[in-house]
Design a protein around this ligand. Sequence first.
Ligand code: NAD
Length: 355
Amino acid sequence: MTKKIAVLPGDGIGTEIVAEAVKVLDAIGEKHNVSFEYEYGLIGGAAIDEVGVPLPDKTLELCKNSDAVLLGAVGGPKWDDLPVHLRPEGAALLGLRKNLGLYANIRPAKIYPALVDGSTLKKNVIEGVDLVCIRELTGGLYFGERKREKTETGERAYDTMVYTTEEIERIARLGFETAMKRNKRLTSVDKHNVLESSRLWRDVVNEVAKDYPEVELEHMYVDNCAMQLVRWPKQFDVIVTENMFGDILTDQASMLSGSIGMLPSASVGGEVALYEPAHGSAPDIAGQQKANPLATILSVAMMLKYSFNLQSAAEEIEIAVEKVLNGEYRTADLMEEGKKEATTSQIGDLVVEQL
Ligand code: NAD
């Protein structure tokens, strides 16, 4: 079996972490008789510097003609002051999601036993946490009409949060389907007490729920969910929510995994899915071999599972990561007493060694 992967390292630590994920793909491919063909593309600031736009048509074509996309991260201070249509995060990431029809972002947040003691949360709160956040990715506030205009006294600006029945239905369905494969509990997060779009959200989720009588559905306000995620995260199995709420809650949930450097993600919905770590380009540590590559490595495990149906290969990567975490080496973000600091590339090598 040969699979073509579009590799978009992007900016900052993107190139460093993607290199490790490719190493791991090569190792697992060899074990399972799958050959991965990589074609590299430009995205984000790197693309602006090279060709003047953050998402070149050539990159988009490459993604559409591949079996899966592996993305590092985009953005950095160098491009922060560019006009909105050229900003790496907005134009490149949102453009890629929209063009590939990736309406759902799946982010598991799980605490590995070896990281429990390093958590900022108490052991009894964090131990055993294993949840999945499903975030709507192509609607809501980030895609609604927006404007900034002068007034007599200054300026006014607005963004709009828009959702249609169809957009809510398909993401709700993914939430229920995911819950069916896990512990059959779904929490739908909204702001039903204030927002009209949330009232539609809740109505549609309740409608879809009729098709999944085995799933225990709970509705939760987003402010309460933010609180519950740090108070008692073990109560969650699957969370489904709209774009901006999901953006914020998934970063918060990332701390349940010990570090944002541990959190993988898959964006699905179209013909080609995209896999990337949940974190950004970390300009503060870029180019120093300090980045934790495990989120990206776990993202390729998700790729094997969701895009290539290679369940056991995916599980082997997850087990290899766990074994590395049980060992003596860690990247700086996971440092604890008694552990030794390793570089990004050393951690990649250790995962390969375990495989
Ligand atoms: P960030 O996730 O890049 O960094 C936040 C903090 O976490 C930093 O201290 C960073 O050093 C640390 N960190 C992140 N990933 C790490 C890893 N793998 N290992 C160790 N430490 C890690 O978020 P930010 O600082 O808010 O944003 C930096 C840039 O990234 C901005 O330009 C932002 O717009 C962009 N960004 C891109 C994406 C993406 O490409 N999907 C997502 C978020 C932010």
